[in-house]
Design a protein around this ligand. Sequence first.
Ligand code: SF4
Length: 363
Amino acid sequence: MSSATEKNDALLQVNNVRLDFHTYAGEVKALDGVTFLVKKGEALGLVGESGCGKSVTALTIVGLLPENASVTEGEILLAGENLLAMTHDQIRKVRANKIAMVFQDPTTFLNPVLTIGEQLEEVFLLNSERLANVAAERKIEVEAGKEEQDTSGAAPKLARSRQKKVAKALSIDVLSQVRLADPERTLKQYPHELSGGMRQRCMIAMALARNPVLFIADEITTALDVTIQAQILELLRELKRQLSGSTLLITHDLGVVAELCDRVAVMYAGNIIELADVKELFANPLHPYTQGLMRAIPMIDRRMERLETIPGSVPDLIYPPSGCRFHPRCPFAFEKCKLEKPELLHVGKGHTVACHLYGEGKA
Ligand code: SF4
């Protein structure tokens, strides 16, 4: 549940989204009324265990769901426009111009038979107006005799050779922005010639190339070794300072959220169960699941033999538990928890929680 002021500040609103996967084993009720918003200019962390619905939520936003998925209820508004009501072509334009997503494994998403330069150039060539502006600003010309007319027919702003020259200049800029040491060389390389960290930087560069209003990063440090993870986190921190758009950062790592995010939403079994400012959530976690996650983090000022764990595992979403989906694992569960799903309630400034222990739902 979001206040009127929060809705006015919102870039993205996800409202009561329900989604099922149709499988041979049965209907997987993957999202069970997911509701949250991302404000303009903020970084929101979406955290939870594997299988809780974080990545499915992101794929629903960008319209990249597999064919066996169906959204049965809800809306996703980007600056007031419902992404779920858009045609295939309309959502493709949104992905090309407004929302960029970077995934965990860059190898799967980079084209292995094109150089990084060719892949970046494709992104820039989609926006001929921007190329024309940059060419005018930087006074980019091509050598006499090399100028050729664009025959694409779609209101060309520049000849193709000039567009390509501008796209190359912008590609070098964006590869420098993600701190690749030799951008000109990287442009000529194929993905297999780069390390995992460099490939991830190229994916981030491709996302930035679109100048998105929303940047979605899905577990982008998980597949990297620890030193490269630290470098990518440092890069994200720098980009957050430089960029004006919003970020949705999906991770199971609360340490990453603490470093990079303004607010955090905690997900469990297809529901948002708590949402607050990062400082507030770390100081005052209210939901028993969030409290369990916090106790599972090693703390420098807390001496313990073993880290605590949350007993049990994420439920089978073909047969989700009734009422509160967390009740089979919750040490505080009482009768009402098995019968009624708790709604998200405001319990303090910007802090919402879905648990019968709070508000009128108390035992
Ligand atoms: Fe535990 Fe009940 Fe709260 Fe769910 S609603 S988290 S089962 S106390």
